[in-house]
Each structure stands twice: as C-alpha cells, then as structure tokens.
Design a protein around this ligand. Structure first.
Ligand code: DSN
Length: 433
C-alpha cells in the first residue's frame, strides 16, 4: 500500500479530514464532469515528491539556479515524450495550466488589441477563447464565431466568410462543450487563405487526438495547447506545442518556438513546477502505451452509450449526440429553461457529478443556464463500460424528471452507491480506507 497521508493526519487534522471526505465523495459518486479524470497512482506519486522544492527558472541546460542536473533530465523526458505522443516539433511543458498556456500563446503571437477569432463560450468555446470577461477578450479584439442555429454544428463556410471579412491575425479552434469532431484541416485552410495563425486548444480531446480517435491538429496548426489532466489523465497542468517556423514573421529575430518559450518564461511565469513536470512525464509515458489507446476508445464508446441512453429517455442533446467524450443535455424540451443549476444540484445530491452549461443560443444566463454537460473520461478510468452507461443514463433522466422530489433522488443515490461499490477507486490508497 502507498501511504500518502501518514504525516498529514498527525500534523493537520482539519485538512486530513477534508481530503478524506473528498476521497469518499469521489469513491462513492459517479464523476461525469468531462474535464475531470483520475490519474494513475504513479502520476500521483510523482506529483507528491520533493521535486516541488526546487527552483529552476529557465529551460534544460539554461537555468538561473544551480543544482538542476536532475530537473533538467526530468523536464527533457517530459518534452521528448510529449513530442512523440503528438508528433510535435517543439514542446514547452512549463505552463501551470491551460489558461496560462493560452495566455502565453496570445502574448507570443499577438500585439495588444490585435484581432482574432475564437469559438463563442456559450456555444462550446472557453473563457480564454475571447470572452469579454477574460484577458483574451479584454486585451485583444475577439470576433467570435459560433455554431449554426439549426444544426448546432460548426459551419466552416460561415467561419471562412467571417475570416475574409474580419482578416484576423489568429484563429483559435478548440472546445470545452462541443460534442462533435473539429475539422482542424478546414481551420488551417481558412487561416492560410487570410494569412492568420492557427492556434488549437485541445485541452478536452488531447487523449483522443494522441491516439488517432480524433484528427490530430498538430500538423495543421502553428500552435497547439492542452491541459494535461483531462483525457490525457496526467497531473493538473498545461503544455504548448508549436512549429519552429513563424509563418507571419519568417525573418524575425526569434523563431516561433523561441517566441513561445520566451512568453512562458520570462514573459509570464517564474519557476516551473518541477514535481508537476515529473508527473507530466509519467503521464505521457502511460499515454504512449497500447492500453491508453484502448482506454480512449472506451471513452468514446461509453459517451455514445450514455448519449443513446439519455435520448432513449426523452432527453434532447445538443447536435443530437456525440462523437467525442462529452455531451450537453438541453433542458428546453422538458420545460426547464434556466434550470441547469437546480438539475446539477439534484444530480449532486444523488452523487452524480455534472456541470450546468450554456447551450447554443442560450435562452437564459450563464449562471442559470439551460444545459447540463457530461462526459466519460473519469468513469471510463474507473472501469465503467456501455452497460453501466445505459443504467446511468436512466438514473440521470429519473432525477431530471423528478428534480424536486427528495424521495426519488434518495432512491437514485442508493443505486449509485451500490453501483460504485463494484468499481473501487484507487484500491489500496490509504486516504480511501
Ligand atoms: N474548466 C475546464 C472545463 O471544465 O472545461 C476548462 O478549462
């Protein structure tokens, strides 16, 4: 048994108890938030190491502090493994997470107030893709593109027309709540036609891209970012992948890779989190194994099974289904416009964890939206397969149809607890005893 907690329980009983409760929550519940996952024990172990103590501003072989001979090797392994996983020319593994990674890309490629196009947040983009409340929308001029009102799909002809009119310096492709495949090649062609950078944020679908279950954007992009903790199943963190050549600045003093590195450090960050980079390296090695491809393929099968089950119970899904790891339930046909928060809470009481989400052309507000987003990376790690997905779809529908009925919620909760007992999480980990 790996005893991670034998010191905290003595030195900080309050935090120990709370971590234990969080352990019980994830063990007893069904985790369907599509951006969450459960790392391997090896990743947790690498994360919880003394590498957290080191300072190593700079890059392997070019540090501002001494004593980095082993940190250099750790970071270099993380870089080489990420390059292999995605076929990338250059990788920076230092971003603290996805938002800082995206911020570094903006910093490297654009000047303040430059115009770019990003995917509208309410239709499936991310805050850092140009939302007016985020640095990306406040410091740069974002002209968002969105999905077609009827099909709820990205309409590449429309995006191309918009790009011709706007002449953006960069187009950002990527998703956090779009349940279909993205045609990164089509985005590249649009970018080439208007001489714009193509930047893809694949935080959600990185694992599917690395294993060929989704088109890999790396050949079609100038820069690609991803978090490392979603489908990639690594520690909390981010990475940036890019080409070396800067197509809009071929004779500049720095090439694209140098610009990205300089934007991360010294541009935005200080010392890299070396314990996290060690854990990233472990996760990338795991993702290079054949079992990881099987895992990703099961994520997609499970998502389809869950979507089918929800639809068979009369629930409407954005775009009518899913091609990836996530789906968004539209509560509109159930007369539940703006009830996403209540439904999220009712499902939470039944130990089914999801998040409220806007739907395309949201009729209500982002805080009280009309959708529920769910996904299968975490439950697939736990070992759930299609038959469990069918059951879970029915349980979710039961809660949605009776979200104010405490008796029904309690019955569903008991079924959830029973199901989870058969799929132990982190067996042998001391915090979950
Ligand atoms: N917060 C993440 C998500 O849930 O999609 C994106 O950063």
């Amino acid at each position: 048994m790996y005893n991670m907690m034998d010191s905290i329980d003595k030195s900080d009983a309050e935090i120990y108890e709370l971590i234990k409760k969080e352990g019980a929550r994830i063990r007893n519940g069904i985790e369907l938030i599509p951006s969450e996952n459960f790392t391997s024990k090896a990743v947790l172990q690498a994360y919880a190491t003394l590498c957290t103590n080191k300072y190593s501003e700079g890059y392997p072989g070019k540090r501002y502090y001494g004593g980095n001979q082993f940190i250099d090797l750790i970071e270099s392994l993380a870089i080489e493994r990420a390059k292999k996983l995605f076929g990338a020319e250059h990788v920076n593994v230092q971003p603290y997470s996805g938002s800082p990674a995206n911020q570094a890309v903006f910093f490297a490629l654009l000047n303040l107030h430059d115009t770019f196009m990003g995917f509208d947040l309410s239709a499936g983009g991310h805050l850092t893709h140009g939302s007016p409340v985020n640095f990306s929308g406040r410091n740069y001029n974002c002209v968002p593109y969105t999905v077609d009102k009827e099909t709820e799909l990205l309409d590449y002809e429309q995006i191309e027309k918009q790009a011709e009119k706007i002449k953006p310096k960069m187009i950002l492709s990527g998703l956090t709540a779009y349940p279909r495949k993205i045609d990164f090649k089509a985005f590249k062609e649009i970018c080439d036609s208007v001489n714009a950078y193509h930047f893809a944020d694949i935080a959600h679908i990185a694992g599917l891209c690395a294993t060929g279950l989704h088109q890999n954007p790396v050949p079609y992009c100038d820069v690609v970012t991803t978090t490392t903790h979603k489908t990639l199943r690594g520690p909390r963190g981010g990475i940036i992948m890019c080409k070396t050549e800067d197509k809009l600045d071929k004779n500049g003093k720095k090439n694209l890779a140098e610009k990205i590195d300089a934007a991360v450090f010294p541009g935005l960050q200080g010392g890299p989190h070396d314990h996290v980079n060690a854990a990233k390296a472990v996760a990338f090695k795991e993702a290079l194994q054949p079992e990881y491809k099987q895992y990703c393929s099961q994520i997609v099968k499970n998502a389809k099974a869950l979507a089918d089950s929800l639809m068979s119970q009369g629930l409407d899904l954005v775009t009518g289904g899913t091609d990836n790891h996530l789906m968004v339930i539209k509560l509109v046909n159930k007369g539940l416009i703006g009830r996403g928060k209540e439904i999220q809470n009712a499902l939470g009481e039944a130990e089914i964890y999801v998040n409220k989400n806007t739907i395309p052309y949201e009729p209500n507000t982002p805080f009280n939206p009309s959708g529920i987003r769910l996904g299968t990376p975490a439950v697939t790690t736990r070992g759930f397969k299609e038959s469990e997905m069918e059951v879970i779809g029915k349980l979710i529908a039961k809660v949605i149809d009776n979200y104010q009925d405490k008796g029904v919620i309690e019955k569903v909760r008991n079924e959830v607890l029973e199901l989870c007992k058969h799929f132990p999480l982190y067996p042998g980990l001391d915090i979950l005893r």
